[in-house]
Design a protein around this ligand. Structure first.
Ligand code: UTP
Length: 292
């Protein structure tokens, strides 16, 4: 697996139950941090990593995601006539030219592994990325996926993003056991889904960025459904480890878990505080609120 990745899969067909009632009609991936939906941050990261084919795994409730990447003729015309060129650029270039969006359907929410498998006909037989947009990763230098794609290209291995979490939180993540780390990476020996802190092999948690060998599809096809009939990506990765090298990669950057209320709040605060036009006012509001 030494080719550069070109295709990125965005599984966005989950139910988003933690953000009900909002997610009754607004997909979780469309929740904004300031003025950009979560999906835009993930898409930008994939494009920066060199991807030109973006594959969205959606369902019938997620029209808003497809609409967002579609052309908005009427809106563009109105902005053009009003001479609002800055806003026009924002609307027109959610995707740069040369990048295409492909939509595939996951008819039933049968798990993240199943969602990734739905992208198989579009990905074909080449290494590809998976990004979970509710994990927002910010880095001043190259994005997390770019760092991982570079590593995958050099090593020919699959690469999975990890970060250190407090031992008490291992039960919320996939946790990996690795050989020694050098230069941010280590070969994964084992991966366990949501282990009890006492049983966790480490405190290295998998977060929502993957560069995967296409062999994963055959393995996903053979994964036994777990609780709720869900097909877990972790199970297929566990099988992949037996066949091919898979690296854990401790990326440079900060991750916000925007699949949780507090993570979304944290990201909003951090982005507001570093926003070129909003930081002063945001700081003032926060200071006043904290002084109460
Ligand atoms: P989550 O575990 O965060 O589930 O899925 P969720 O449904 O999105 O949210 P909650 O837990 O109910 O609040 C992780 C990722 O996998 C996708 C989700 O859209 C999210 O990006 N996913 C999950 C699918 O695309 N299909 C599925 O069947 C399950």
């Amino acid at each position: 697996m030494t080719r550069r990745i070109r295709k990125a899969v965005f599984p966005v067909a989950g139910l988003g139950t933690r953000f009900l009632p909002a997610t009754k009609s607004v997909p979780k991936e469309m929740m904004p941090i300031i003025d950009r939906p979560l999906i835009q941050y993930a898409v930008d990261e994939a494009i920066e990593a060199g991807c030109d084919t973006l594959i969205f795994v959606t369902n019938r409730y997620k029209h808003a995601v497809a609409d967002y990447f579609d052309k908005a003729y009427e809106l563009e015309q109105k902005l053009e006539h009003a001479g609002k060129t800055a806003q026009l650029e924002l609307v027109r270039y959610v995707l740069p030219s040369g990048v295409r969006a492909v939509f595939v359907t996951q008819a039933e929410a049968l798990g993240l592994g199943h969602a990734v498998l739905c992208a198989k006909p579009v990905v074909g037989d080449e290494p590809f990325a998976v990004l979970l947009p509710d994990d927002l990763v910010w880095n001043q230098g190259p994005g997390a996926l770019r760092q991982m794609a570079d590593t995958a290209e050099v090593t020919g291995a699959s690469v999975i993003a990890v970060e250190d979490v407090p031992k008490a939180k291992t039960g919320s993540y996939g946790i990996v056991a690795t050989e020694d780390f050098s230069n941010r990476q280590g070969r994964i020996r084992a991966i366990v889904e949501k282990p009890d802190p006492v049983k966790a092999p480490s405190n290295l948690a998998v977060v929502g960025r993957y560069v995967l060998d296409p062999e994963i599809f055959a393995l996903l096809e053979n994964v036994e459904p777990g609780s709720g009939g869900e097909i877990q990506l972790t199970d297929a990765i566990a099988a992949l480890l037996e066949k091919k090298p898979v690296l854990a990669y401790r990326f440079e950057g900060k991750r916000f878990d925007c699949g949780t209320h507090i993570g979304l709040i944290e990201a909003t605060i951090e982005f507001a505080l570093s926003h070129e036009n909003l930081s002063g006012a945001a700081r003032e509001i926060m200071q006043k609120a904290l002084a109460r």
